[in-house]
Design a protein. Structure first.
Ligand code: NAP
Ligand code: ZN
Length: 353
């Protein structure tokens, strides 16, 4: 075991502060990674503030961060896929049982014995729970380590490990969206990646936003149209016209307003995870045979496919790079939907402490 610098919170209401955490030595299939950048996902904020208490209560101290990009510093004796010096990524998962039917189908995110990157019981016993990427280094089983294309800006690659795969996966799963009318609800970390992927796959992309100030950016990011969702008239003009909508809103909202945007057999997929249940009108779904689904990140193979796609299409996240010392201010801004469009922490700032 060794000690690594990190930033942690000790309760749902305390700010982040500097800390040291235990990490295991690299044995067997382990890969030790020096973390270069880590994105700040809204799930980090939900967890830190224990907003998902009823489903996944938070254990403190909590070190979040599951949008990790870094360089391999050391590998265990059984590691075959990576060597020191390579650029790699780690997303929301660090382990699974590898033998259950969902793992066999490369859907490790649904494994009942999976381990999330932070706030999951630590099977190695290094600490009570796993600690994430707001840290100078991490040790991960090579089966949960991704190869990062060399041609992309690393600060913008980090968010691909969660925001990227979470939007890529449901868009691919929907089918061929070329020429289809696709809505992306909420222009935040997930939403802006949803726009980039939907555009890359040839959809007619429409952003729904509550922030009129984001309209120009939405068009620059690839949207063909922007609807200010608080404007009833604009909403009415598009009612019943969408094939597919991706809902990334992090807070309680009227989902029926978006179901009403779908045409016959249209689907709305939730990736946003508000802390309280949403109220769904049966009639909104019945008329038009519409469907409502959910989607959770993506499997490891699909995450690699997404990273390779980003490498060949030059896709990264639009980031605001911050030193870790500004993390508390960044959380305040994230809570107010005021980030363009993902914070990416430059971990060199932690090393310098
Ligand atoms: P984010 O950057 O904060 O973006 C969320 C966006 O939702 C905001 O930018 C805002 O967009 C909109 N929004 C926020 N509050 C709203 C409200 N009260 N009413 C209407 N719109 C509102 O968050 P994120 O990192 O993209 O994450 C979004 C959600 O997805 C979170 O709940 C997160 O936990 C969840 N998530 C799920 C998965 C998964 O696997 N399913 C993975 C990662 C994250 P506008 O300003 O454009 O309105
Ligand atoms: Zn995330």
């Amino acid at each position: 075991m060794y000690q690594a610098k990190a930033y942690s919170v000790t309760s749902a209401t305390s700010p982040f502060s500097s800390d040291t955490i235990p990490r295991r030595e690299t044995t067997g299939r382990d890969v030790q990674i020096e973390i270069l950048f880590c994105g700040i996902c809204h799930s980090d904020l939900h967890t830190v503030r224990d907003e998902w208490h009823s489903v996944m209560p938070t254990t403190y101290p909590c070190v979040p961060g599951h949008e990790i990009v870094g360089r391999v510093t050391k590998v265990g004796t059984e590691v075959t896929r990576f060597k020191a010096g390579e650029l790699v990524g780690v997303g929301c998962m660090v382990d699974s049982d590898h033998i259950c039917p969902t793992c066999q189908e490369h859907l490790e995110q649904f494994c009942n014995n999976g381990t999330f990157t932070y706030n999951s019981p630590d099977k190695h016993g290094t600490a009570p729970v796993t600690y994430g990427g707001y840290s100078e280094s991490i040790v991960v089983d090579e089966r949960f380590v991704l190869s990062v294309p060399e041609n992309l800006d690393l600060a913008g690659v980090a968010p691909l490990l969660c925001a990227g795969i979470t939007t890529y996966s449901p868009i691919r799963r929907w089918g061929d969206i070329k020429g289809k009318k696709v809505g992306v609800v909420g222009l935040g970390g997930l939403g802006h990646m949803g726009v980039k992927f939907a555009k890359a796959f040839g959809a007619h992309v429409v952003v729904f936003t509550t922030s009129p100030g984001k309209k120009e950016d939405a068009l620059r990011l690839g949207a063909h149209e922007v609807i200010i969702s608080t404007n009833a008239e604009e909403m009415q003009q598009h009612a019943g016209t969408f094939n597919f909508i991706l809902d990334t809103i992090a807070a309680d909202h009227d989902i029926n307003a978006y179901i009403n945007m779908l045409g016959r057999d249209g689907n709305i997929t939730l990736v946003g995870a508000p802390e309280t249940p949403l109220q769904v009108s049966a009639f909104a779904l019945l008329f038009g045979r519409k469907s409502l689904s959910g989607s959770l990140i993506g499997g490891i193979a699909e995450t690699q496919e997404m990273l390779d796609f980003c490498g060949s299409h030059n896709i990264t996240s639009d980031v605001e790079i911050i030193p870790i010392q500004q993390i508390n201010e960044a959380y305040e801004r994230l809570a107010k939907s005021d980030v363009k469009y993902r914070f990416s922490i430059d971990m060199a700032s932690l090393k310098a402490e």
